[in-house]
Design a protein around this ligand. Structure first.
Ligand SMILES: [Zn+2]
Ligand SMILES: [Zn+2]
Length: 574
């Protein structure tokens, strides 16, 4: 996540002749099956399942965040149904890094089988464990670092350092009898990262020498020409904010962007400001990062909010969540005057983060409100305060030339990103028939050194909705949208069951649908007609009768008002 790309496109894999597993070709004993359950055709809910010798290995299990057309949805998960009855065959879940779009689905998977070993780096596992604590799950973990080689069932995994917008990212090389697969996870090739931990191209080269049979590559920035600039290049702009702001400095960033927050802490120290972390996930993650040594907090710099508020404004800095305009996050609440921190003239708000497509409206609303209260708002659009966490086209080309893979499966991107990434692979000499454009649910078989899409399985969106997982469906979201846009009319009819005659004028109750008093009475003849038809045709199933009344009312409203509200008929026997 936190990349330069968009989020998701409308067309999905599930419409493309989804097949049940039984329809798939049999996987040869020495073959490897690779099935992305999420992250292809969308940016989010990354999850790939590897199958070999009857065993399964999962790489990442993330969530996707809903858009405005998915009201009431908290997060969206990959569909686990393809592996649900084989969870006992899963040897491990390997997590490449600690972003939500890679670990957010783990609690839901572990709910189904709590003892699947979860493999990851120190920071990744620490972020995951904090999250699992909220779900009251204690995972079985296996901590690994770059250079480690560990086997999980028939999957011999080697971990390679990669650089990204969160520390401690890992690529994973998976060796099986089918060959060598390299999965980059999310990565970029910052040559001067703040922690000095560069993407290990020497390891990529060594694996390339051995022969990478299939290369799964982050596509997020494949359309962006050139190279992603170094994180350190943001320092002057961040520094300028701290130097020139007369009032308080309020920085909002992703709660996992440890290096960005390090730069902010350093600038605060240099300019004599104290800092408080605001927002639950920010406080929690920065505590973890500092405890584990990923974040260096100068002594006495960070104080709690109460202490901070006693200082003069020009000695105050705050670091909070909400850089994507999330309505419940600290920054949006400050913008709405729904937070103890009151933004005033002289304050500067620094949005040190990407602007994820789909969130623009919410973010600009927050920027406008903050400006209205007098703040100077510094963001990606007016200052160099953000760089992406993903490799651009130039870096990807280097990778292909170094690794020289036989087959390529671009991952982590919408169609346009996957296509652009495949094109780069082809330009570096990968056989065009071996640069596969997959989709969620595509079944890729690596057999005799060649990867081919051999079928597809269902991989739809699973909505998490307050208390339910998978309870909300496309149909219920359609109802919610209709309610939001068109309103609802309830029609209560008291009917003589023998004659089908209305005993009295129906009760019409409308919400969110504009009308004049008495309007609906004109619909009564149409409703009576529907009821009469039902009686004549001997329809006595109440649901069928209600359907006829719904249709009659719906047609009438559409003719009169050109609207399509939700119609709820209630038939009561007289
Ligand atoms: Zn990601
Ligand atoms: Zn990421």
């Amino acid at each position: 996540m936190s990349g330069g790309g968009g989020r998701r496109q409308q067309s999905r894999g599930r419409g493309r002749g989804s097949r049940r597993s039984s329809d798939l070709p049999t996987l040869p004993a020495d073959g490897l099956r690779i099935v992305p359950l999420g992250g292809l055709g969308e940016i989010g809910r990354n999850m790939t399942v590897f199958e070999h010798a009857g065993r399964l290995l999962i790489v990442d299990c993330g969530v996707l965040f809903p858009e405005e057309h998915q009201p009431g949805v908290d997060v969206i998960l990959p569909d686990f149904s393809w592996i649900r009855d084989r969870l006992d065959k899963v040897d491990a879940i390997v997590l490449t890094h600690g972003h939500e779009d890679h670990i957010g689905g783990v609690p839901y998977l572990l709910r189904e089988r709590p003892d699947i070993p979860v493999v990851g780096s120190r920071l990744t596992l620490a972020f995951l464990e904090a999250k699992l604590q909220e779900h009251r799950i204690k995972p079985v973990t296996v901590r690994v670092s770059e250079g480690d080689r560990r086997s999980f069932g028939p999957f011999d995994c080697e971990f390679v350092a990669v650089n990204h917008s969160i520390p401690d990212g890992l690529a994973v090389a998976i060796r099986t009898a089918a060959g060598l697969v390299l999965h980059t996870g999310d990565f970029k090739m910052d040559q001067f990262p703040l922690d000095g931990r560069v993407t290990d191209l020497r390891a990529f080269a060594r694996l390339g020498e051995e022969g990478v049979d299939l290369f799964l590559v982050d596509s997020t920035n494949a359309e962006v020409p050139g190279f992603t600039v170094s994180e350190g290049e943001l320092s002057p702009a961040i520094e300028a904010v701290f130097r020139t702001t007369p009032g308080r400095v309020i920085v909002s960033s992703f709660a996992s962007h440890v290096h960005r927050i390090q730069q902010v802490l350093d600038a605060a120290r240099d300019h004599g400001r104290k800092v408080a972390f605001v927002g639950r996930s920010m406080v929690r993650n920065m505590g973890i990062a500092a405890d584990l040594g990923y974040l260096d907090i100068p002594k006495g710099l960070v104080v709690d909010l109460k202490q901070l508020e006693r200082l003069p404004a020009n000695q105050i800095a705050m670091i909070c969540t909400g850089s994507q305009g999330e309505p419940l996050a600290a920054l949006s609440r400050m913008a709405r005057r729904d937070h103890p921190i009151r933004i005033t003239e002289g304050d500067t708000v620094l949005l040190a983060s990407s602007l994820i497509p789909g969130n623009e409206n919410a973010i600009y609303r927050v920027i406008n409100e903050l400006t209205r209260w007098g703040a100077n708002v510094v963001h990606k659009g007016n200052a160099k305060v953000h760089v992406s966490g993903h490799a651009s086209a130039g870096e990807l080309a280097y990778c292909y030339n170094i690794v020289q893979p036989s087959n390529v499966l671009p991952v982590h991107g919408e169609w346009r990103h996957l296509r652009a990434n495949a094109d780069i692979a082809i330009r570096t000499g990968v056989d065009p028939t071996r640069a596969l454009i997959g989709h969620d649910g595509a079944v890729v078989d690596l057999v005799d050194g060649q990867a081919k899409i051999t079928g597809s399985i269902p991989a739809g969106l699973v909505y998490v909705d307050a208390m339910t997982v998978g309870g909300a469906t496309e149909e219920s979201l359609h109802v919610r949208r209709t309610l939001a846009e068109e309103g609802v009319i309830t029609v209560v009819c008291i009917v003589d069951a023998d004659t089908g005659k209305l005993v009295e004028e129906p009760d019409y109750l409308a919400h969110g649908f504009e009308h004049e008093p008495g309007d609906f009475a004109k619909a009564t003849p149409a409703i009576q007609k529907a009821l009469t038809t039902a009686t004549k045709e001997g329809i006595d199933d109440i649901e069928q009768v209600e359907d006829l009344v719904r249709q009659a009312m719906s047609n009438w409203v559409h003719r009169q008002a050109r609207r399509s509200p939700l119609i709820i008929p209630v038939i009561v026997d007289a």
